[in-house]
Write a protein that binds this ligand. Structure first.
Ligand SMILES: NC(=O)c1ccc[n+]([C@@H]2O[C@H](COP(=O)([O-])OP(=O)(O)OC[C@H]3O[C@@H](n4cnc5c(N)ncnc54)[C@H](O)[C@@H]3O)[C@@H](O)[C@H]2O)c1
Length: 381
């Protein structure tokens, strides 16, 4: 598959390196697009076609597929162009700035043979893969409660100051929910499904000089009556990552380094009804899973994408699934704006109307001219 990468910033360069290092089977990097065009001189020197304009790359006829790794507000216009040109598309996360934009991207598909993937790379994280296997095998039984404290996404002020688009309504449609947490929100709904109701309190610019949310506390209700909590922050250090999934038959706990399954000897609801022990509880046994090898998650998603486009595999992260994380993030923001509970599915038109009002008031950021030190390996949790 001949790949073009549009947007050669922090993550675009990671994808380029993975392809060029041969970590993606049957893939070749043939073109890149970025602004300014001089920023790609290292690629030009390798004979890779360089474009200062994304549309030129799309129309060049050089590529079978494009990876869109642009600032989030450009995902929809450029993603739609790529699909209308008949290309396969892998979109960086999040799919778009809000659900209605995401719907427009998906509607631009010209043919069923086009593969549209999403870089939700944490779906290949070994702990989450293991947890998915446990849940799908019925190990936890009916969901009672899910809780995710995801506060180890600390970002210092320079992270925001050095970017014109990050953490602005206009640039990405939100803050921690739209930039750092799309992975966690995606994994959450991939594992336990979507809640039916959301009540949340987001704090906007609480720890940073930004207009969007940098702290979130949310309460979920699921169709079966199960409950959930979600907390996120870019203002805490060291912060923590703790996911608990509690079911009638077992509990799963992970911190992202290992995953533990606590199996109940029998169903909690059954035990509760039959026991005569006033302080009794089911026995539990514990299985601990510790990944032995790190996975190159971005390369894994690209490998799967190529295989899916060749009809050899199901997509691990289809772009359609990106609508779920978009609407869940949107519901948390919307709930704060209206100070009320929000039912899902989110009304994409009502949400678009509300966010367009925020975008209209969004103030462009003056970018600090100090070069920030960038170590992308520290950006993933
Ligand atoms: N999956 C992940 O692990 C991961 C990690 C980081 C970022 N992301 C996502 O990837 C996207 C990009 O993030 P980033 O941190 O790499 O941003 P970035 O700002 O470092 O890079 C964006 C690049 O796009 C270029 N650009 C901007 N407008 C352009 C245009 N009109 N045409 C061509 N090039 C243009 C910029 O010059 C820049 O080089 C975001 O949506 C972000 O959420 C995903």
């Amino acid at each position: 598959m001949k790949f073009g990468i549009i947007g050669l910033g922090n993550i675009g360069r990671v994808h380029a390196k993975n392809i060029q290092d041969g970590l993606v089977g049957n893939a070749e990097l043939v073109a890149v697009a970025n602004q300014p065009i001089e920023s790609m001189d290292d690629f030009k020197a390798q004979g890779i076609a360089c474009f200062g304009d994304a549309s030129e790359l799309i129309e060049s006829g050089l590529c079978d597929a494009v990876i869109v790794a642009l600032p989030t507000h450009l995902h929809a216009p450029i993603g739609i162009q790529a699909l209308e040109a008949g290309l396969h598309l892998i979109m960086e996360k999040p799919l778009a700035c809000h659900k209605a934009e995401g719907e427009r991207i998906l509607a631009a598909r010209q043919s069923e043979s086009q593969t549209i993937g999403l870089m939700m790379n944490q779906r290949t994280h070994p702990c989450y893969v293991k947890i998915k296997q446990w849940i799908d095998a019925g190990e936890t039984g009916e969901l009672q409660r899910v809780s995710w404290t995801m506060t180890n996404w600390f970002r210092p002020e320079i992270y925001y100051q050095s970017s014109p688009w990050r953490a602005t309504w206009k640039g990405e449609g939100g803050g921690v929910l739209m930039n750092q947490c799309p992975h966690n929100i995606d994994v959450l709904q991939w594992l336990v499904g979507m809640p039916s109701n959301v009540r949340a309190q987001c704090s906007f610019g609480k720890y940073h000089d930004i207009e969007v949310e940098d702290e979130v506390n949310a309460y979920f209700e699921f169709p079966n009556g199960a409950t959930g909590q979600f907390s996120a922050s870019t203002g805490e250090a060291p912060g923590s990552n703790r996911l608990e999934i509690v079911g009638d038959l077992g509990t799963i706990i992970t911190d992202g380094n290992e995953a533990r399954l606590l199996r109940n000897s029998e169903s909690v609801s059954g035990f509760s009804r039959r026991t005569d022990e006033m302080f009794g509880a089911p026995e539990t046994t514990e299985e601990v899973y510790r990944p032995t090898e790190a996975v190159n998650q971005h390369a894994a998603i690209l490998n799967n994408f190529v295989q899916a486009a060749n009809g050899e595999a199901e997509l691990i992260a289809p772009a359609d699934a990106g609508l779920e994380s978009l609407q869940l993030a949107g519901a948390m923001i919307f709930s704060t704006w209206i100070q009320d509970e929000v039912s899902l599915p989110l009304d994409s038109m009502a949400y678009e109307k509300a966010i367009l009002e925020k975008i209209a008031q969004s103030k462009p950021r003056e970018v600090l001219q100090t070069a920030a030190k960038v170590d992308m390996s520290k950006s993933y949790r």
